[in-house]
Ligand binder design. Structure first.
Ligand code: TYM
Length: 328
């Protein structure tokens, strides 16, 4: 049997470069490897763990599918589907019986969200990692292409798999992360990671050249010269972007310039904007084609749901049986 891969992205709007470099690139790589059966979903259930607008979620679910297809995920090679079409929430409940509340409360990702939304600390939010474990374990996936920020959640998924296997005799694998070169895409603000919830931090996959130039223009710089190349902050992040989009040699060239005649940031940002746009342009062209193919996209979502549900239902029945519940 082929090894399974699962990943997902929340339906919070257009994808940004962090999602693309940290997750989608890994999804693409594994999709093209015949050793794996790949399942990629829109994490719409996870979207309801923080405040959201119903109409926006309806629209955004589809936006993520379009972004997936435009980036090259192929329904002939991967199962592309929406999480709420498959019984993940049900498995999450069964899994929650082996999860300690304090463990969930201490996760850095939970604490961050509590800070962001202090008036919406819900059970759904506390359950976020359990639902994510269910997403993975329901397909018995062993490999998960996600950014480094998701590592604490994968640790929880492994703990749950172990606990379920010990307690109920299930055979869940302990899933590991599949890392890409872009597993941590920094913020354009010079602090932390690129994130949809931080204005000024991101570049969207749908941004045109002018927008990319504008966004990069806001990234902080320094005098462009010095003995020591910064190891954090705006310049460090810009160099990371250069490495990701123009290659390591381009980065080394700038580092040399920093120690010598100095970096001209106008030129650096101009070249970088062009390099980023070159990578995004074919994705954007494909996306505008797909926007017109409404029935094709509907069909992809419907077929993906059927395939995912078939596998997921088997796992749910197996778990119910092992837990002593009715499994008719
Ligand atoms: P989300 O929507 O927050 O992020 C989606 C993916 O993008 C990656 N990512 C980044 N990677 C590198 N640098 C960044 N700045 C950056 N920002 C975001 C995330 O690591 C993630 O891979 N909980 C998941 C969604 C999910 C999921 C799953 C993933 C739900 N169930 C099961 C895998 C398996 C998340 O963070 O989504």
């Amino acid at each position: 049997m082929k090894k399974r891969v699962l990943s997902g992205i929340r339906a919070t709007g257009r994808l940004h470069l962090g999602n693309y470099m940290g997750a989608v690139k890994g999804m693409l790589e594994l999709q093209d490897n015949p050793e794996y059966e790949t399942l990629y979903m829109v994490a719409d259930l996870h979207t309801v763990t923080t405040p959201y607008k119903v109409e926006e979620l309806r629209k955004n679910r589809r936006e993520v599918v379009l972004d997936y297809l435009a980036a090259g995920l192929d329904p002939e090679k991967s199962i592309l589907f929406e999480q709420s079409d498959s019984p993940h929430a049900e498995l999450a409940f069964y899994l929650s019986s082996v999860v300690n509340i304090a463990r969930m409360q201490h996760l850095p990702t939970f604490k961050d969200k509590v800070k962001q939304h202090p008036n919406n600390v819900t059970m759904a939010l506390l359950n976020y990692p359990v639902l994510m474990a269910a997403d993975i374990l329901i397909y018995k996936a062993g490999l998960v292409p996600v950014g480094i920020d998701q590592e604490p959640h994968l640790e929880v998924a492994r703990e749950i798999a172990r606990k379920m296997n010990e307690t109920y005799g299930t055979d869940f694998p302990e899933p590991v992360r599949f890392a890409t070169r872009g597993e941590y895409v920094p913020s354009l603000t010079g602090e932390g990671k690129m994130s949809k919830s931080i204005e000024g931090s991101y570049i969207n996959l749908t941004d045109d050249l002018e927008t990319i130039q504008k966004r990069l223009a806001g990234a902080p710089t320094d005098s462009g010269k010095g003995e020591k190349i910064p190891t954090s902050g705006g310049v460090f992040n810009l160099l990371k972007f250069v490495e990701l989009f123009e290659g390591i040699d381009a980065r080394k060239k700038y580092e040399q310039a920093y120690r010598g005649q100095g970096i001209a940031y106008r030129e650096l940002k101009e070249n970088l904007a062009q390099a980023i746009f070159n990578e995004l342009k074919p994705i954007q062209e494909k996306r505008s084609e797909l926007e017109r193919k409404t029935s094709y996209v509907d069909e992809v979502i419907k077929r993906g749901a059927e395939k995912a549900r078939k596998i997921a239902k088997e796992t749910v029945l197996e778990v119910k049986e092992k837990m002593g519940l009715s499994f008719n």
